[in-house]
Design a protein around this ligand. Structure first.
Ligand code: NAG
Ligand code: NAG
Ligand code: NAG
Ligand code: NAG
Ligand code: NAG
Ligand code: NAG
Length: 547
């Protein structure tokens, strides 16, 4: 116990110094940020500080990805350093701008024109030593948006802290990034930039709008208007973003929509449409959030985990910014978070929080603090060209169990991101006990799934499975029993804290495995799989009823 106490004492002393050293004119005093937002900013920037390599002028990667250093995190950190503006921070930011811009791809004949490296050690993509296998391989087209949006904040709010030469350099870099972003056309050359890819689409829109105005490039400004109209038209069908209810990306979308309001040019469509979409995002969050479980109920179009209390998510950041860390769906420890990479982004959320919460309806805010009582939620969302028709979303929200589902008929398996580890169209979450959240997530193996939630029930069927060859199965991942007796888990029907009855036309002899070699999103799980007989004529179904 001695070491932690000593460390604790040290950090108290450091904090006391901070308080004395903090200039009166801080980002938080200027923006009127809440204590929750300030706490989030400080906690997460200090986490980033620990990854800073002063020799290199980059943040060390917090995952082992493309190299030792992380370009995107470093770019985010530059803006954060300017906002904090403690002694030495501006100099560090200037070094980061130089370093990151030094790794921008400048050949206009390449698809990755204007993009930034994942890591400074990376060779040019599309070479023999580093072949280009399309977007998200040797280059990630979204890095333009993530870096670009962070740097809009840097120039717009903190540009006065920077040498004029740096300002010019960053402007030029953003201009190239925005022009390169226009190379993206969904469906062409493996690109997936459609309005249904909500989070980068919302970011590219403000990138085009803001950079267009800043450098006087009318084509960018016009593109920003077109992009705003396109996503608003799609959103208007059901008043939902297509990347629906994603614990990570719904947060990115809310951040980007806040940037529309903060930095969009006056009279633009961004200013006109942003508030509607942001308010609706808050309301949806208020309906699908369970403050008892501290989780967003399913279905999740894209998720990086199965219990938000264990992994860093950006909806978690949004909620922390409103009600504070302790009550928010975020890990309470800075070490050992799953998906910890996203923690590097949290300070930027803090900076936008004062504007974001202007659009938070009182009722939605109340629901973040206290579960409002049992209710049903239904909605629709549409992701062309992947959906053949709009998805129907149903969720049953009760005090300590939530069931969320959606019917999908898509051209791909695993949602528009074509990734079964992210796409969870049917989810049950419940309180195993006071501290543990159980989760059963349906693992998709089909492109057409009818999944419907109702009070105490989840029904899943495969309307298009009979046409397929090969085994047809229902895979369920159960996670969350981290303490207590895992030896007693034998299937879905006797899980702790949840009394389920299964009916199915699959074979009754399901398999159950606990495979520590195969975690999904860092979560270890029991895999309970029901398989259809080799030949069948009925539509395959499984029904899970709480008894
Ligand atoms: C102008 O923007 C559009 C996309 O909005 C793009 O297709 C076109 O190539 C751009 N033109 C120039 C000259 O950059
Ligand atoms: C979704 O619900 C609508 C309205 O009830 C219905 O018309 C449509 O057929 C449903 N779609 C699916 C895939 O079940
Ligand atoms: C239905 O199944 C067929 C055969 O596997 C497939 O070609 C088609 O894309 C599927 N349709 C949908 C909407 O899932
Ligand atoms: C596991 O099963 C044993 C034997 O039935 C029982 O005594 C024990 O209480 C169970 N443990 C838990 C955590 O349910
Ligand atoms: C389940 O039962 C079927 C039919 O009796 C059999 O063919 C199959 O091998 C069994 N599967 C498992 C996993 O035991
Ligand atoms: C779950 O188990 C089934 C049957 O063994 C297997 O086919 C499937 O790939 C497993 N799913 C995951 C996510 O591990």
């Amino acid at each position: 116990m001695k070491l932690p106490l000593a460390l604790l004492g040290l950090s108290v002393v450091q904090n006391a110094c901070h308080v004395l050293a903090v200039p009166l004119d801080t980002w938080s005093s200027r923006s009127g940020a809440s204590s929750q937002a300030v706490d989030m900013f400080n906690t997460a920037i200090e986490w980033n500080d620990k990854y800073w390599d002063d020799q290199a002028g980059y943040l060390i990667t917090s995952t082992s990805s493309s190299g030792r250093y992380d370009t995107r995190h470093s770019a985010w950190y530059a803006t954060q350093l300017l906002a904090r503006n403690a002694p030495g921070d501006v100099d560090k930011a200037v070094r980061i701008f130089d370093n990151v811009i030094g790794g921008q791809y400048l050949d206009p004949s390449k698809q990755w024109y204007g993009d930034y490296q994942h890591a400074p050690s990376e060779p040019e993509p599309g070479t023999l030593k580093y072949p280009d296998d399309g977007p998200y391989s040797s280059w990630d087209p979204n890095i333009r948006d993530f870096v670009g949006c962070a740097w809009i904040v840097a120039l717009a709010d903190y540009g006065h802290l920077l040498p004029a030469a740096t300002v010019t350099k960053v402007e030029k870099s953003l201009h190239i990034a925005a022009k390169g972003d226009l190379y993206r056309v969904g469906g062409v050359d493996g690109d997936n930039s459609y309005p249904c890819y909500s989070n980068p689409w919302l970011m590219r829109t403000i990138l085009q709008n803001w950079v267009g105005a800043r450098v006087g490039d009318a084509n960018l400004t016009k593109s920003g208007e077109n992009f705003a109209q396109e996503i608003y038209d799609l959103w208007s069908m059901h008043h939902t973003l297509s990347e629906f209810n994603s614990p990570t990306y719904a947060g990115v979308a809310m951040w980007a929509l806040t940037l529309w309001e903060q930095y969009g040019t006056s009279g633009s469509l961004l200013k006109k449409y942003g508030p509607d979409m942001l308010t609706a995002s808050w309301n949806e969050l208020g309906q699908l959030y369970n403050a008892n479980l501290k989780n967003l109920a399913g279905p999740w179009d894209r998720s990086y985990g199965y219990d938000m209390n264990q992994y860093a998510s950006l909806v978690g950041a949004v909620i922390w910014g409103v009600i504070g860390r302790e009550k928010a769906p975020v890990p309470q420890q800075d070490l050992g978070m799953y998906h910890q990479d996203d923690f590097a982004f949290f300070p930027l959320f803090a900076l936008s929080m004062p504007v974001m919460i202007k659009y938070l309806p009182a009722k939605a805010k109340a629901n973040l603090l206290q579960f409002p009582g049992e209710h049903l939620y239904t909605s629709q969302a549409f992701s062309p060209p992947f959906d053949t028709y709009p998805r129907n979303i149903t969720a049953w929200m009760s005090k300590d169990v939530t069931i969320g589902a959606e019917t999908v008929a898509e051209t791909v398996i695993g949602g528009p991101s074509i990734n079964p580890s992210q796409f969870s169209p049917a989810v049950i979450q419940w309180a195993i006990d006071e501290n543990q959240i159980g989760c059963i997530a349906h693992w998709v193996t089909e492109s057409s799934i009818d999944a419907v939630a109702a009070p105490g029930s989840l029904k899943i069927s495969y309307p298009n499975a009979t046409a397929r060859n090969g085994p047809v199965s229902f895979n369920f991942l159960f996670s969350g029993l981290d303490l207590g007796n895992g030896m007693n888990v034998t299937g879905l029907e006797d899980l702790p804290g949840l009394d389920l009855q299964i009916s199915t036309n699959a074979l009754p002899n399901y398999t159950i495995t606990y495979n520590t070699d195969h975690s999904v999103n860092e979560f270890v799980f029991y895999n309970v799989t029901y398989t259809m007989p080799e030949t069948f004529t009925e539509t395959p179904y499984v029904s899970l009823e709480i008894v």
